[in-house]
Design a protein around this ligand. Structure first.
Ligand code: ATP
Ligand code: MG
Length: 541
């Protein structure tokens, strides 16, 4: 048996060793009412992780018992996101596929004397439920006979009663300290079109009744869910025990993933899309899986993040810098390098004539040290931030009369500045040292700084976008999301890139030297260079 790396695996290992279970089956159970987000990635990694670890099975189970909010569009998006992460489900199942079974089990509860049709309205039921310190009141309909309950329940199914006028409840204990056990409703009347079941049903099962049945019908051994369902576990078990499930699936809860500066509730993400705060579910600032994919985050980096944060039983918040570090680490190894400048400053190399091709390192982390050709000429651009008119001490970039190395090219010296009317630098006149070429430098000149540049002759103009977070920092946490919204989460530069970047595939990640990781992205206004993650950690550890 493999060693357990978290408490869920510990439970499974114990069960395997005592023979309580002999195979492992999990399911990933999204409700198709929105797009998956990074929190779901954690649940996916846990559920599919168990499948891999124990050579078991994992289904994609669409938990569609809420007809009003569910759509086929979301089912398709969910499938695409899971495929992107590289997980393979054994089967796709739907709660709606089990409606007949769930209905039959409800009749069984009635026949066992465990369920009754209640004529109280939802408001009356909730009024009589009691409080944490006070027991609830029993329904006056609780003692109907089995025959009467069966007849009424079938009439409910056949459409004889108005929405909300009756419901089916199980008889447990109105004095239970767990409010979920106070005769919970398991079926309601609801005339609503279901995106898969159509208009076949006018009664729908509640989650707490449907879920254990669907788990059992699929052969799920471990029903892994988040902590807010802990109080529902007694009901999950009650359903399994009363209906004689053997083997009975076991529910195990783990802590939800929360990440600083990210909104994780579907409801709120939906609001951002609907009020136009973002450009859609796949906006690169969104913590949805489609957003992260569009941002250029590699699936491997996301899975690595989920593995490293681990599985805990207590809720906590993970620093977003940790997620960024995982992305950066992956891209540092895998991304090709390219040159780009965010704020172009024209440089004329007065003693250089013609043009030449130079070797450029594609990726210094690749042990084969691959190179490609870049062109060099007397007209180049450097980043305005790499030049200073009044440099602080130990400034190693370019300054008047100072030298700097142009990456994979020559050392240049700034001889003269041409100014804008406002006194800022408009253009630099520089000279180069012909014997200082990278790789064969015999000049003896020491340039402490190395900066990136692009050749003005072939560089391409492009909007370069950098992103901030959708939510302001932790110091604002506790405030409502709308107050924490960061209104300036996009910064756009009129930059220049090497032509090589423009010929690359949209999803290919590049490290723009000394700037960050970027990918090409097509938005309404055209192609942009879109930031994946900055190069350095913006945060104090
Ligand atoms: P939301 O509150 O964002 O709508 P949800 O829990 O309603 O999320 P579901 O579609 O029901 O979303 O979730 C599918 C699975 O993913 C469930 O097992 C759920 O517990 C899990 N899950 C959802 N959010 C997170 C999270 N932040 N961290 C870990 N698991 C999560
Ligand atoms: Mg849910």
């Amino acid at each position: 048996m493999t060693e357990a790396t978290n408490f869920i695996e510990q439970i499974i290992n114990d069960e395997l060793s005592t023979g309580k279970v002999n195979a492992v089956q999990t399911r990933f159970p999204p409700e198709p009412n929105g797009y998956l987000h990074i929190g779901h990635a954690k649940s996916l990694c846990i559920n599919f992780g168990m499948k891999d670890k124990y050579n078991g099975k994992c289904n994609l189970f669409l938990d569609d018992t809420n007809p009003s909010k569910e759509k086929e569009e979301f089912v398709e998006a969910i499938k695409k996101d899971i495929e992107w992460l590289g997980f393979e489900w054994d089967k796709i199942t739907y709660a709606s596929d089990y409606y007949d079974d769930i209905y039959a089990f409800a009749e069984k509860e009635i026949m066992l004397g465990n369920a009754f049709v209640c004529d109280m309205t939802p408001e009356e039921i909730s009024k009589n439920r009691g409080t944490l310190t006070e027991a609830g009141k029993e329904s006056p309909y609780r003692n109907r006979t089995v025959e009467e309950n069966l007849k009424l329940f079938r009439e409910m199914r056949d459409g004889k009663y108005a929405d909300g006028s009756k419901c089916l409840r199980v008889k447990i204990d109105m004095a239970s300290p767990n409010i979920n056990m106070r005769d919970p409703v398991i079926y309601r009347i609801l005339r609503e079109h279901h995106y898969r079941a159509g208009d076949k049903w006018c009664i729908y099962p509640m989650y707490d009744f449907a879920h254990p049945i669907c788990d059992y019908m699929q052969g799920v051994t471990h029903s892994i869910c988040t902590l807010e369902f802990e109080d529902h576990r007694p009901l999950y078990d009650w359903v399994g025990i009363t209906l004689g499930f053997n083997p009975k699936p076991r529910q195990i809860e783990f802590a939800r993933l929360n990440v600083t500066n990210l909104v994780m509730s579907k409801r709120y993400l939906k609001k951002l899309v609907e009020d136009g705060s973002v450009d859609g579910w796949d906006d690169p600032r969104m913590p949805t899986l489609t957003g992260l994919r569009n941002r250029g985050v590699p699936a491997e980096a996301l899975k690595d993040f989920c593995a490293r944060i681990g599985v805990a039983k207590a809720n906590s918040e993970v620093q977003i810098s940790y997620l960024e570090a995982c992305i950066r680490e992956y891209l540092n190894i895998h991304a090709e390098r390219a040159m780009a400048v965010l704020k172009p400053l024209k440089v004329t190399i007065t003693n250089y004539e013609g043009s030449e091709e130079l070797d450029f390192d594609i990726n210094p982390n690749d042990e084969n040290k691959p190179t490609r050709k870049i062109t060099f000429s007397k007209n180049i651009y450097i980043d305005a931030d790499d030049f200073s008119l009044c440099p602080p001490p130990k400034y190693h970039r370019l300054k008047i009369d100072g030298v700097v190395r142009l990456k994979n090219a020559y050392i240049i010296k700034c001889d003269e500045v041409i100014y804008n009317e406002d006194g800022t630098a408009k253009e630099l006149l520089c000279s180069y040292y012909p014997d200082s070429k990278s790789g064969s430098d015999t000049s003896g000149i020491k340039a402490k700084g190395v900066i990136q540049w692009v050749n003005a002759e072939d560089a391409v103009d492009i909007k370069i976008r950098k992103y901030g977070y959708l939510l302001k920092d932790e110091e604002y946490s506790g405030q409502d999301f709308s107050e924490r919204m960061n209104k300036e989460s996009v910064t756009e530069f009129n930059g220049k890139v090497e032509p090589y970047f423009m010929t690359a595939d949209e999803n290919k990640a590049f490290q723009f030297l000394r700037t960050g990781y970027f990918k090409k992205l097509t938005i309404k206004s055209g192609e942009i260079a879109s930031e994946i993650v900055s190069l350095k950690d913006n945060f104090n550890k």
